[in-house]
Design a protein around this ligand. Structure first.
Ligand code: ZN
Length: 448
């Protein structure tokens, strides 16, 4: 007789082992392992391998391109992040810190979709239907085809889906829903995975587009969302927290489109709405202070003007601090080393802080030149005109390199009434901006 397979799973991070452990070797949680039933083991297996059917290779010329149908969420920024709209039968996870605006955004989107003669179900496991109704009044999100259900039991939600043919389902939030067939607590890895597995099945079977909300704490430690990333079709995360005026939604995974685009929203009285005139929102033209320099970055296909702020101050501890928010710390250290070596700016006795305004995280190197400019500006206490942008990647040997999509960046700068640009090479295309070529970092000093 075959021996029964035993599998234990950490309810905190989802690590599976054949042996019970007192402390998880992956996430360090104590007493977090539970034994999985055979059915649960099967789910783990299926969700980890992602496909059970055997596949056969086909010639690339014989591959039939799948046409993807989409419908609009009537929210331009959300449509942009999704790659053009919502795909029927897809499962999307939308994650972020509590209070960032996930519920208000999806309630409004639910009402939008309901207004296009589609039936929408909003399941809330956290609030009562009257609380949701109050919010809907404030958001102007009332529609006959928008249905509310206050429920935390998965089986009851599935029953409701039998009653009506819904096109769009919102689950708020995945951490509160539980299945009566599973003994572990709501929000635990086993629950979250099992429920997501069921929702995925329902989405495909009935062609319902499903959005699930997942809360992520500051440490990103909550079990739910991270575990389901590989199970769902699309993963979107809100960056930053509820203290910021602008909220950025970034695609992390998308089975039906690119993940390079971001959505920019702003919190207003009527909820989270698509931000307008995005490029001008991330910098302040009026303040003219030392330690600030502008650059133009690309977020997907959109150029955005950002303000890089630097603070250089004398250090009172033996180890000077170097800290960046919205910019890579290692890259900052490299740029500082260059400043010392090539420009002979003695920074070893100084603390250096870098901040990118608006809560954006810079993921490209085109902002290097602006970071250097901001640091020098702070160090010398000399302000840089807000009429100027800096565009260029800085290499380890100290030369400044061209960046992609220069035309779009220059066009956007022009649009925002910028008059000067410092860059690596004269642009090929004509521009009416005054251009200053800085092909080596040492030339940056001449410009000051
Ligand atoms: Zn663990």
């Amino acid at each position: 007789m075959a021996k029964k397979k035993v599998l234990f799973e950490c309810q905190h991070c989802g690590l599976t082992t054949p042996k019970w452990m007192g402390k998880c070797t992956n996430c360090g949680a104590w007493d977090s392992f539970v034994e999985l039933s055979e059915h649960q083991q099967e789910v783990v297996k299926q969700t980890k391998t992602n496909s059970a059917t055997s596949a056969k290779a086909v010639s690339i010329n014989d591959v039939v391109e799948e046409e993807i149908f989409r419908f609009s969420s009537l929210n331009s920024e959300l449509d942009t992040v999704l790659g053009g709209g919502i795909v029927p039968g897809s499962l999307t996870l939308i994650g972020g810190s509590p209070g960032v605006g996930k519920s208000t955004l999806l309630l409004k989107v639910g009402a939008n979709i309901a207004s296009t003669k589609k039936d929408v179900l909003y399941v809330t496991g956290e609030e009562s239907t009257s609380q949701i109704k109050l919010r809907a009044n404030r958001l102007n999100a009332n529609n006959d085809a928008l249905y509310l259900l206050s429920e935390i039991r998965l089986e009851q939600i599935l029953l409701e889906l039998e009653h009506r043919r819904y096109d769009f389902l919102i689950i708020d939030s995945i951490q509160t829903i539980y299945s009566e067939n599973i003994s572990s607590a709501p929000g635990s890895v086993t629950q979250v995975r099992q429920i997501t597995f069921e929702l995925m099945r329902i989405a495909k079977e009935r062609d319902i587009a499903i959005f699930i909300i997942g809360h992520i704490t500051k440490e990103g430690s909550i079990a739910g969302p991270r575990v389901l990333e590989h199970m769902v079709d699309t993963v979107l995360y809100f960056e930053g927290d509820s203290s910021q005026e602008l909220r950025i939604l970034r695609g992390f995974k998308n089975r039906f489109g690119p993940t390079s685009e971001i959505g920019v929203f702003e919190m207003r009285g009527e909820g989270l709405v698509s931000a307008t005139d995005i490029s001008s929102r991330f910098f302040n033209r009026d303040s003219q202070q030392a330690g600030s320099a502008l650059t133009v970055i690309m977020e997907g296909s959109r150029p955005i003007i950002l303000e890089v702020q630097a603070l250089v101050s004398e250090s009172h501890t033996p180890n000077s601090k170097r800290q960046a928010t919205g910019f890579d710390n290692n890259r900052l250290n490299m740029l500082l080393a260059l400043l010392e070596r090539k420009l002979e700016i003695p920074l070893s006795g100084y603390d250096v802080f870098i901040n990118i305004t608006g809560g954006i995280k810079i993921t490209e190197t085109a902002a290097d030149l602006a970071v250097l400019a901001a640091i020098i500006s702070s160090f010398r206490d000399r302000a840089i005109s807000k009429e100027t942008v800096f565009i260029g990647e800085v290499s380890l040997v100290g030369d400044v390199r061209e960046v992609y999509a220069l035309d779009s960046r220059l066009k956007e700068a022009k649009l925002q009434n910028i008059s000067k640009v410092l860059l690596a090479k004269k642009p090929l295309e004509k521009t009416t901006l005054k251009t200053f070529v800085v092909d080596e970092v040492t030339k940056l000093l001449e410009w000051y």
